[in-house]
Design a protein around this ligand. Structure first.
Ligand code: ADP
Ligand code: MG
Length: 252
């Protein structure tokens, strides 16, 4: 018993939680299956490796700053038939990140643009791809503050270090004069260097109006779309459908 306690303490000091939590059950398993000492060691090292991977994935997910956790597996492609599962699945080898391509989800509110963007982002984190989620409004706010402090270059460099930048809800809030220019600086810095996912409720024809500048909007789109995949989601709002169901239940 004493030996067991000391071992537990030593493993805790060494930070080997994966070994600590598994060495007894694994010893039992090994005894039953008649494997040898090396197998036992390999099993325990494996447990510890898994912990390490989990920790670094969790770290990536925390660092990404998702407002909520949404998974691609939870997305109902039958409900949303303007987008095919295979098209999304094709992205999940994350070669698009290696090729520094962009993804743009265009469509009305409630159709699942944010859900898919976050879902892809979470899987990217599981691949340990450096990912950051930010709402367009917050991004522009941060850029303006950085510019005021003469730190815009630094801020853009910080964003450029993420291999996948998810910019959500472009076009929901009215933009100000000069926002187009800021956005353009970011997009040109990331152009052919790292990937962006954008979600927007506005069609590309409207981007001139969003940015209040046709020339800047065209320049932004030019860079985004040059190596980019566009998903136009046209279906019904999942939010409204859920609401209707909810009301129906209340009545019934
Ligand atoms: P958008 O960003 O297009 O406005 P969201 O992605 O925020 O829409 O979706 C609204 C809500 O509905 C979220 O809770 C999301 O998880 C859910 N949702 C939307 N589409 C689907 C779908 N096809 N399957 C499952 N949940 C969905
Ligand atoms: Mg959204």
């Amino acid at each position: 018993m004493e030996r067991y306690k000391i071992l537990k303490q030593q493993l805790a000091i060494l930070g080997l939680d994966g070994v600590n939590e598994n060495f007894l059950s694994k010893a039992e398993e090994i005894r039953k299956t008649g494997l040898d000492y090396i197998d036992y060691l390999a099993e325990l090292i494996n447990c510890q490796m898994q912990r390490k991977v989990e920790r670094s994935v969790n770290y990536r997910i925390r660092e990404a700053g998702f407002p909520e956790i949404k998974r691609v597996e939870e997305f109902d492609f039958k409900f949303q038939n303007s987008i095919r599962r295979e098209e999304i699945d094709k992205l999940l080898d994350f070669e698009f990140v290696e090729r520094k391509e962009n993804i743009i989800f265009v469509g009305p509110p409630g159709v699942g643009k944010t859900h898919l963007a976050i879902g892809i982002g979470i899987l990217a984190c599981e691949r340990r791809i450096r990912t950051l989620y930010i709402k367009a409004e917050e991004l522009l706010e941060e850029m303006k503050i950085a510019k005021m402090r003469k730190r815009l270059g630094e801020y853009i460099e910080k964003l450029a270090r993420y291999n996948l930048l998810i910019i959500d809800e472009l076009g929901y809030m009215p933009l100000e004069e000069g926002d187009g220019n800021l956005f353009f600086q970011l997009v040109s810095r990331k152009y052919e260097k790292s990937s962006i996912i954008i979600t927007t409720n506005r069609s590309f024809e409207e981007w001139g109006a969003i940015f209040k500048d046709e020339v800047i909007a065209a320049a932004i789109l030019d860079r985004l779309l040059h190596h980019g995949v566009i998903f136009k989601i046209t279906g019904k709002s999942y939010r409204l459908m859920e609401k209707k169901l909810d009301n129906g239940n209340k009545k019934g």
